[in-house]
Design a protein around this ligand. Structure first.
Ligand code: NAD
Ligand code: MG
Length: 404
């Protein structure tokens, strides 16, 4: 089945009315820049913005875009946001109910760019009411793929990937040749530790791990690129978006991050999407689909580039890839388990409680402990698996700290 809802012959209208969930983050600020480049308030009516602690930026964006509603996810920041927007006529809300209100506003497009599992419920709410979703928040699919796709199908909106690899695959897909797809090839930069030994990785700090060679991204994605847990999440994301079996999902290390991913067909053809590593291209594609916008990002200069390199991924140094394959094969709630355990382990690493390599150990321990055939067919299943995985991850983290 074609999981992505394709448009009719005329295509959808431009996303005139848009809400950005997570406007103050890396994807969010790039989205605001793309909106400005594509014509700003003349072309887009931005209905609602949401952020967390960066109130100054959120208020600034709300004023510049003339939105109707600005939301901080943090209840204790409500007063500061209210003050910052006093006299503007912009409504202010906070907390989970504020996020739900933003998701429910009558915008025909929603950019889902909240980081991590907190993005799940508001994005689901937007999908259920039939909004078209530009999906950056991969956790929605990793954790709740079946629930989320059902919500999109029932709501009747479109789902367009923003993650650069999935945008690339989406751009390389020939809708009339879906059955002729042999496999997809997700490219991975290999991150800052591509050539490190496990011994070298054992002692790295979060500050070192966050320095990505090619892409500028939020902290979680940057750390996930160093551990390759980001690629692990993307393998599961691809399964749901493109309805693939585990053996149709290949990962190749491509240090320059110029090929963003590829689709291989049964006749031996491989179609690739290339570009400079800049998320604004994928964001613009989602916001203008099926047309293409005209935006200022660096253009590829092939002569200067001279070469593109590829390496087989090393699943011993980067166990995250092996764990993703295991989660894909086991199915059920293992995606939700991998995602929740990875988030818990990531926080513990960033807080200096565990080492870099401990993250994969923790995820594997929790996945094995929860390999009990549980399913993820309802949001309740997903939230229960998520909560249990976090509890087990905390136990495993404590045991590691005691042993250290
Ligand atoms: P970020 O950390 O830079 O920004 C996250 C946004 O979510 C901010 O607006 C923040 O205020 C908000 N937020 C944080 N915690 C929240 C909470 N508890 N409740 C509500 N809102 C909260 O993250 P990012 O790098 O922009 O990534 C956003 C999403 O896009 C992630 O799912 C990530 O995997 C995905 N993604 C990012 C990139 C990238 O280049 N940054 C690329 C592909 C996919
Ligand atoms: Mg990506």
């Amino acid at each position: 089945m074609n999981r992505i809802v394709m448009t009719n012959a005329q295509g959808p209208t431009s996303p005139h009315r848009l809400t950005i969930l997570g406007s103050t983050g890396s994807i969010g600020t790039n989205t605001v820049d793309v909106i400005r480049q594509l014509g700003g308030r003349d072309r887009f009516e931005v209905m609602a913005l949401t952020g967390a602690s960066n109130i100054d930026l959120l208020a600034q964006q709300a004023r510049d875009l003339g939105v109707k509603l600005a939301v901080t996810s943090q209840e204790d920041k409500y007063a500061a946001l209210k003050d910052a927007l006093a006299g503007t006529g912009i409504a202010v809300a906070s907390g989970q109910s504020g996020l739900d209100e933003a998701a429910s506003m009558d915008a025909d497009w929603v950019m889902a760019a909240i980081a991590g599992t907190p993005g799940l419920e508001p994005t689901l709410a937007a999908a259920r009411r039939g909004a078209n979703i530009a999906l950056a928040n991969k956790e929605c699919l990793v954790s709740a793929g079946d629930v989320f796709l059902r919500a999109v199908a029932e709501g009747g909106g479109q789902l367009i990937p923003v993650d650069s690899e999935h945008s690339a695959i989406f751009q390389c897909l020939e809708p009339h040749n879906r059955k002729a797809i042999e496999r997809i090839v997700l490219t991975a930069s290999g991150g800052p530790f591509r050539t490190h030994s496990r011994e070298q990785m054992a002692g790295v700090t979060a500050d070192v791990a966050r320095a990505h060679p090619n892409w500028s991204m939020g902290l979680k994605v940057s750390i996930g690129s160093a551990s390759m847990f980001n690629k692990a999440l993307e393998m599961i994301e691809a399964k749901y978006l493109f309805d693939l079996s585990p053996d149709q999902i290949e990962v190749i290390v491509h240090p320059q991050s110029i090929i963003h991913s590829m689709v291989a067909y049964t006749d031996g053809s491989v179609i690739a999407q290339l570009g400079c590593p800049d998320m604004r291209t994928a964001i613009a594609y989602a916001l203008t689909y099926p047309a293409r916008g005209d935006i200022e990002v660096e253009r590829l200069d092939f002569a200067r580039l001279a070469r593109l390199d590829f390496e087989a991924p090393d699943e011993v140094r980067f166990p995250a890839l092996r764990l993703a394959r295991t989660a894909l094969q086991r199915g059920g709630a293992q995606g939700a388990v991998l995602n929740a355990a990875d988030e818990a382990a990531y926080h513990a690493f960033v807080d200096g409680q565990i080492g870099f390599l401990d993250m994969a150990d923790i995820v594997e321990t929790v996945m094995d402990r929860m390999n009990d055939g549980r399913t993820a067919q309802t949001i309740e299943d997903v939230l229960a698996a998520d909560a249990q995985a976090r509890t087990y991850a905390r136990e495993t983290i404590l045991n590691k700290q005691k042993a250290a």
